[in-house]
Design a binder for this molecule. Structure first.
Ligand SMILES: NC(=O)c1ccc[n+]([C@@H]2O[C@H](COP(=O)([O-])OP(=O)(O)OC[C@H]3O[C@@H](n4cnc5c(N)ncnc54)[C@H](OP(=O)(O)O)[C@@H]3O)[C@@H](O)[C@H]2O)c1
Length: 349
């Protein structure tokens, strides 16, 4: 049974955890509150890998440590019980005499996976799990997908005209820039999304026609690792791949490709390219990728089933003809209206 208070305090943990969205990789987002007599007396969250864990920050923030013995610690993810860059949170909870711990969801990564809960219980703590479990798993969906499915979380993103095209018909002489479907507010949101993901991918067709930066400019945060899929290894231009300096990786079949400012990853022609990209990212500890087109690349991800979430902007204009938008089926998670478009988030479930 989830009590009203448990839900309220777990929501606060989720809000705190989300303050560090995009900053904690390879760690999950975690928030914690300490409750005494129905009142929050301490709270904290994990800011980045190597920094204090949420439970440590929450315990540290309590002024009167004597109250801890009669307090409840809430946390959205099972506390760790192993030595990583920080000592185990379970030990800190036990040594501070906290006797009740409420956990949102189990940490399914190999090093924890139920051991945190067991350690607390064997020290005499009452442990309750599964409060707002669905929300807690959704918050750390990148982390869970990476550890459970052994691949990065894949977000597909595109904008389409109201009649279903992602671009107008263009000739070879057209300027290398995108045809805008969305407005300024949506563009800011897209940059916020980029800052939250570890990598971003586009197809060579998009590089050749749009010359995108694939960086975070209208928001603060780190640029994601930039990835390009190009069977031919030919970007069609004799210039650096992107205008902004940063790490670029080009996945290609072309064994002699030489692309300025980029690391080349050779793809095996006998195997599915998308699976090879996912495998490469997993081996490099990359937990997420946002795929920003174009049609061919998006359709490849859809047909292999290697996607978790699609974020689609439906614009107000008709193009009449052009490059057809991908067709995707899934569960509509949310719909948000902007002045130039409607954003639908679709989950692959
Ligand atoms: N509205 C939007 O949200 C949006 C977003 C992005 C792009 N776009 C538009 O989309 C258009 C580009 O789309 P597109 O479909 O022509 O191109 P694309 O999907 O961007 O890129 C296609 C290219 O990617 C490479 N590729 C794709 N699948 C591959 C695989 N399985 N293995 C190896 N390489 C693979 C190939 O490169 P090689 O040719 O080098 O072999 C292929 O020609 C542009 O007009 C752009 O403006 C619209």
């Amino acid at each position: 049974m989830q009590g009203e208070d448990d839900i309220k305090f777990m929501r606060r943990c989720l809000d705190l955890a989300l303050s560090a969205e995009g900053l904690t990789y390879p760690n999950p987002m975690v928030g914690s509150v300490i409750v005494y007599n129905g009142l929050i007396i301490g709270e904290g969250y994990h800011l980045k890998a190597g920094a204090l864990h949420a439970e440590e920050n929450a315990i540290l923030s309590v002024k009167d440590k004597d109250l801890l013995r009669n307090s409840v610690l809430y946390v959205n993810l099972e506390p760790c019980s192993h030595f990583g860059r920080r000592p185990p949170c379970t030990d800190l909870i036990i040594s501070n005499g906290i006797r009740k711990v409420v956990i949102g969801t189990k940490d399914t990564s190999e090093k924890v996976s139920g051991k945190g809960k067991e350690k607390l219980k064997s020290a005499g703590c009452e442990v309750i799990t599964g409060i707002l479990e669905k929300e807690c798993r959704y918050l750390n969906r990148r982390f869970f997908t990476f550890h459970e499915k052994k691949r990065p979380y894949v977000i597909l993103k595109w904008a389409q005209s109201s009649d279903g095209f992602i671009d107008i018909e263009r000739d070879k002489k057209s300027e290398r820039k995108p045809t805008w479907i969305i407005g300024k507010a949506e563009r800011v949101l897209v940059h916020k999304w980029r800052a939250s993901e570890q990598s971003i991918l586009a197809g060579a067709g998009t590089i050749r026609s749009d010359n995108p930066d694939l960086t975070v400019r209208d928001w603060t945060g780190e640029n994601p690792l930039r990835l390009v899929l190009s069977g031919s290894g030919d970007m069609g231009v004799d210039q650096p791949l992107f205008r902004t300096i940063g790490t670029n990786i080009v996945f290609t079949h072309n064994t002699s490709a030489r692309i300025p400012d980029s690391e080349i990853v050779k793809l095996d022609k006998g195997r599915d390219s998308i699976e090879q990209v996912a495998e490469y990212l997993y081996n490099k500890n990359i937990q997420s990728v946002i795929v920003e087109g174009g049609a061919q690349v998006l359709n490849n991800f859809i047909s292999t089933g290697l996607w978790d979430e699609a974020r689609i902007f439906y614009g107000n204009k008709n193009f009449m003809q052009g490059i057809k938008a991908p067709v995707i089926k899934g569960k509509v998670y949310s719909a948000t209206k902007f002045s130039s478009s409607t954003l639908k988030v679709i989950l692959n479930e």
